[in-house]
Design a binder for this molecule. Structure first.
Ligand code: HEM
Ligand code: HEM
Length: 184
């Protein structure tokens, strides 16, 4: 069960700290850090690593039958935390330019985060144990059935967007590293 908004508050706090650091860099350098600079590059890579962890860890824990390390709810909280903070770091990396494939990758990132919030809302409507298993009975059967249908519909949209996002991100990284970093 996902109780309260703890992970959202932690994510918000992390974004405030990152904004502070970003402000300090702008203050020192008197310019908006470009995506291929040390700061812009580092924050893009770190943010992307967090996004990769978001894509993989929760699914691995959910599907692993043998290794039941940690509560599912804690993994989902971590998923949501990294799923907000990672994209925020990547957004700072863009230096507010959204041309071509990199711009499309940013749009996909934004869509998956918004979709995540919708999924979180539906997910919390279904009563569960601490380990994420659904419990019958607390809601009316009709409402429970509807929430389950919505959740599975949501999965069929959310998962392909994630796959498209990572394909486009890897192509962007290859092209950006080749043209903007190694050819310099
Ligand atoms: C989902 C993750 C990412 C997104 C959404 C993203 C998005 C962007 C955007 C919008 C730009 C600006 C493009 C423009 O000038 O119009 C950019 C530039 C750049 N990105 Fe990323 N990026 C991501 C991850 C990464 C990673 C992990 C790396 C490094 C391995 C990277 C390397 C670069 C470089 C070198 C540039 C500068 C390109 C240039 O100066 O022409 N990006 N990125
Ligand atoms: C980089 C951003 C994100 C990516 C790549 C991502 C990816 C995924 C993937 C692949 C799944 C399917 C897990 C599975 O069933 O195996 C998932 C589920 C989920 N995500 Fe995200 N997500 C992101 C951000 C978010 C955010 C920001 C939230 C909430 C605010 C969120 C909430 C959820 C919820 C509630 C589920 C459903 C869990 C379940 O049915 O067991 N995600 N996400």
């Amino acid at each position: 069960m996902l109780r309260g908004y703890k992970e959202l508050w932690f994510a918000f706090l992390a974004c405030v700290l990152i904004t502070g650091l970003y402000g300090a860099v702008i203050f020192w350098t008197k310019a908006i850090p470009v995506a291929s600079d040390l700061f812009g590059h580092s924050i893009g890579i770190l943010g992307f690593i967090l996004m990769l962890l978001t894509e993989t860890l929760y699914s691995l824990r959910k599907r692993s039958r043998s290794a039941a390390w940690g509560k599912m709810s804690a993994w989902l909280q971590f998923h949501i935390f990294t799923g907000i903070v990672g994209p925020y770091m990547v957004l700072i990396h863009t230096s507010w330019k959204f041309n071509g494939l990199a711009g499309a990758t940013t749009l996909l990132t934004l869509i998956i985060v918004v979709s995540g919030f919708i999924g979180r809302y539906i997910f919390t409507r279904i009563p569960r144990t601490l380990d994420g298993l659904e419990i019958e009975g607390t809601l009316s059967q009709e409402a429970l059935k509807r929430a389950r249908q919505l959740m599975s519909l949501w999965h069929t949209v959310h998962i392909p967007i994630g796959v498209a996002l990572f394909i486009s991100a890897f192509i962007h990284m290859g092209a950006a590293l080749y043209y903007a970093t190694f050819l310099k």
